[in-house]
Every structure is written in C-alpha cells, then in structure tokens.
Design a protein around this ligand. Structure first.
Ligand code: 5AD
Ligand code: SF4
Length: 451
C-alpha cells in the first residue's frame, strides 16, 4: 500500500462555518498519517475540495473550480516509458455536494478520483491509499452517531485568536427548500465533556473566542445537558474567553438560553435568527413551524433579556408561490426588527427537497431578483442607521489583525460581532482594546483607541 507519509495535501473549503470546522477535522485525520499541508493546488499530491450544496450557484462554482484543476493535473502528470500519463495530483470532493450527487459527480467529473461525504472522513486515509493505486472511490454513507468528538481539529487557516467548535451535526427540521437534511443526515449532539475540554485547550493555547457550531444549536442535547447549560460551562472557562454560537432556529430559541446569556457577559451579544420569510403562508409552506407573530415574540424576548444584543438573519426571496403581499410581509418584519446584518438569498430549487417534489418554482427569475434587490436596499438603510446609533459609544474589541485598508490600522469585533477599524496605536492582535466609535458605513464601524 502507498504510504501517505509526507504526501502534500491541499484543502480548499467552500460554504458554511460547519465546513470550515470539518476541514479542520480532515486535516487532523490526515496529519496523523504524516501528510503535510500546502498552500496551493499546484504543489499538492492530493487536492481536497470541501463543498457546499445549499444553492445551485454554490455547486456551479465547484464545477468551474474542478475544470480549472484539470489544467493543474495535466501540468503535473508525467509520461511513463510507454507514453501513458502518470497522474500525480489526485482530486477528491468532500462534503455536501459529494453526498448529494454521489456517483453522478464521478461520471460528470472525470478528473475526480474520490468522493467522501461529511460522515466518512475517518475513512479518508484508506481511501487516499487506494486512490494512489489507481482506484476511484466513493464513500457517502451517512451515520446516525458520528460527531468526530475525539478528533482535535487542526486549525491550519486560523488566526490563532478565534476558533470554531462543532457541537452537533446534521439537521432534521426538513424545511421545504433545504438540502441539508439530505447531505448531512440526522441530528446528533457531541458529548459535552469533549466540547468543554476543546474550548479549555484552545484558551490555554491563547485563543480568545470560540464559536459553537451546529445547524440548530438550540436542540443540542447530550445526556441531560441542554445547550444553555453547555454554553454556561464553556463561558465559565474564563471571562476572557468570548463565546459565540450559530445558528438558532426561531422555534427553539428558549428563554433559558437568553437568561444564561444575560448571566455571562462573555457570551457575545449577537443572535443569528433566520427569518426566511415574514409571511405566515410562506412559513407554513416552508415547514418552518413558527409564525411571524411567534418570531416577533422571540425578538421581543431577546430585546428584553439582552437590550444591547445585535440580531442577524437569513432570508429567501421568491420561494414557491410567493406573492407581492408575502414579499411585503418580509419587508415589514425587516422594518420591525431592524437587523444588524442579513444574509439574503434568491430561492434556488434543490433536488430531492419537499419543494422539489411537491411545489412549483413559479416566481419568475426577474421577480425573485427584484424582490431580493428590495430587501438588500432596505437592509442597507437599516444597517447604516443601526451603525450610526453606535457612533460615540465605547466597545471592548477583540483585536484580530491588520485592516485590509491600511497597515497602520487594526480591525477587531465587538461583542455584537460588528467589525471596528481603528489606528493601531499600542493595541495587540489577540488581546482586547477599548475603542470609541467615531464614524461608520453600513458595513463597518470606525473608531479610536481609548483607555
Ligand atoms: N435557496 C435559497 N436559499 C436557501 N437557503 C437554504 N436553502 C436555500 C435554497 N434552496 C438559505 C437559508 C438558510 C441559509 C443557510 O441558506 O436562508 O438559512
Ligand atoms: Fe454548510 Fe449547508 Fe453548504 Fe452543507 S449545504 S456546506 S451545511 S451551507
């Protein structure tokens, strides 16, 4: 069998934070085999593409990337004595798109040698050894129990300040538009002890912020440990360790969690609460299992427990059967909530979902585009106004590094997760600084260091 020792591996990650965390698990598994990691596909023996399947354009991007990589492969292949190409760079597709497309992806993309779904990363070393001997391998069985809890992620692309910790996997909410239950399987929680130990070890290494990740963190349950209890345990590690989490489903956002957040100042004042639509008719069709009234009740609860909390959201424009009234209901909720940030998407029909089987993608593309534009415009105004309200306030900022705009400036984030740029002075990346906000755009706060 070919050894993986000293093989060069390049990992490229697309999609959500969960995928970033998964790539770190993959690196850990391969590091134990002696693989070394490189910074570009050009130098690699194995190129691993960790993929996203959430919308069609995410998949198209991967197809384009795979075509580009063909050139890299051709450049690196050599001829043997008989004039046949000897392949030197093997390409593997990991993650949600591998899981969704399975063998079809192998048929369509001839330069892909292996496919590995999100629950099969422990098999990667064996798979890669087989691939190096000329096999093409596909491993996409989902597991009801895999959480990779014993694997210490290798945070190769990280900044040494802020880290993701995956606390649960999968999703079984079956929102009508969403492919995730099919690509990531059933919901399962990782055992609490391993999560707390990982957070403690990170803090010991100098990390100052951890983000607990799951498709729906509020349904975390391990033994009798709820998510609120888990996050309290992580927050107890040190008041100097910031704790964030993503993402919450509005139907499960409990008062228990809000009360716990209020108790610990180091649990960050930022809640991501995907709305998807402001229309009850759409919410029902989407199988979201809450109404606009319920959603607003949860927003009010957040405001009550955590008056300085920022609120962010996800929204979809142009879901099946969406009327102008439905769209206006979404705009209305945006006006009422005054989100600090929103991820805004045009509906993209995904194969195998409830929508694909039972609903019609009947909103014309130009209407979807226009509605999305209207939401983006409105949200731009709201974000600017929210930021203007921060001018004159002082925040404790975790300094992350040099700003893109100028090497004389640092950037960091406040508890509300807003980016603040300021003249670097004597601030140090990886530590906290007090910053007064002096100006803003819709996306960024500008400030100056204060005592
Ligand atoms: N089309 C458009 N957006 C989608 N999302 C999920 N599925 C789709 C889809 N088919 C969005 C939702 C979700 C976010 C991660 O992606 O808003 O919260
Ligand atoms: Fe993440 Fe969802 Fe994309 Fe999968 S499909 S990588 S879970 S965003």
């Amino acid at each position: 069998m070919t050894e993986l020792n000293n093989k060069k591996v390049y990992v490229e990650t697309y999609g959500c934070q969960m995928n970033v965390a998964d790539s770190e698990v993959v690196r850990s598994i391969l590091k134990s085999e002696g693989c070394v990691f490189c910074l570009s596909a050009n130098e690699a023996d194995f190129v691993l593409i960790n993929t996203c399947a959430i919308r069609d354009n995410a998949e198209q991007k991967i197809h384009r990337r795979l075509r580009e990589l063909r050139v890299v492969q051709q450049r690196q292949s050599t001829r043997n004595a008989k004039g046949y190409d000897i392949q030197k760079t093997y390409i593997g597709v990991l993650g949600c798109m591998a899981e969704r497309l399975k063998q079809q992806l192998m048929r369509d993309e001839e330069n892909v040698s292996f496919l590995v779904g999100p629950d099969s990363y422990r098999k990667l070393p064996d798979i890669m050894r087989r691939v190096a001997q000329g096999d093409r391998v596909s491993e996409t069985v989902l597991s009801p129990s895999e959480t990779y809890s014993d694997i210490s992620p290798v945070r190769f692309d990280g900044n040494g300040i802020s880290a993701f910790i995956s606390i649960m996997r999968g999703c079984q909410n079956y929102c009508a538009y969403c492919v995730v239950p099919y690509t990531r399987g059933l919901e399962r929680s990782r055992d609490a002890r391993s999560i707390i130990n990982e957070a403690r070890a990170l803090f010991g290494e100098g990390y100052k912020e951890v983000t607990l990740l799951g498709q729906n963190v509020n349904s975390y349950k391990a033994g009798d440990m709820s998510f609120a209890q888990l996050i309290a345990n992580v927050a107890e590690i040190s008041p100097e360790l910031r704790v964030r989490f993503a993402t919450s489903h509005p139907k499960d956002l409990s008062d228990e969690l809000l009360a716990t957040m209020a108790e610990y100042p180091n649990i960050c004042r930022c809640i991501h609460l995907p709305l998807q639509s402001g229309s009850n008719r759409m919410l029902k069709l989407m199988n979201r299992r809450y109404t606009a009234e319920w959603y607003m009740d949860r927003i009010e609860a957040v405001r009550r427990y955590l008056p300085d909390c920022s609120i962010t959201t996800d929204v979809i424009a142009g879901f099946c059967g969406e009327s102008e009234d439905d769209h206006r209901a979404t705009l209305d909720i945006f006006r009422r909530v005054q989100y600090d940030y929103a991820y805004m998407f045009k509906f993209s029909m995904r194969p195998d979902t409830y929508a694909a089987k039972h609903l019609k993608d009947d909103v014309p593309d130009e209407v979807k585009k226009r509605r999305l534009e209207e939401i983006i415009m409105l949200q731009g105004e709201i974000a600017l106004r929210n930021n203007q309200r921060d001018v004159g306030k002082r925040f404790r900022v975790l300094v992350e590094g040099t700003s893109h705009r100028s090497k004389d400036q640092f950037f960091g984030r406040n508890s509300q997760n807003k980016v603040i740029v300021f003249d670097r002075g004597d601030a140090i990346p990886g530590s906290y600084a007090n910053v007064e906000v002096t100006g803003c755009t819709a996306a960024t706060l500008m400030g100056r260091l204060v005592e």
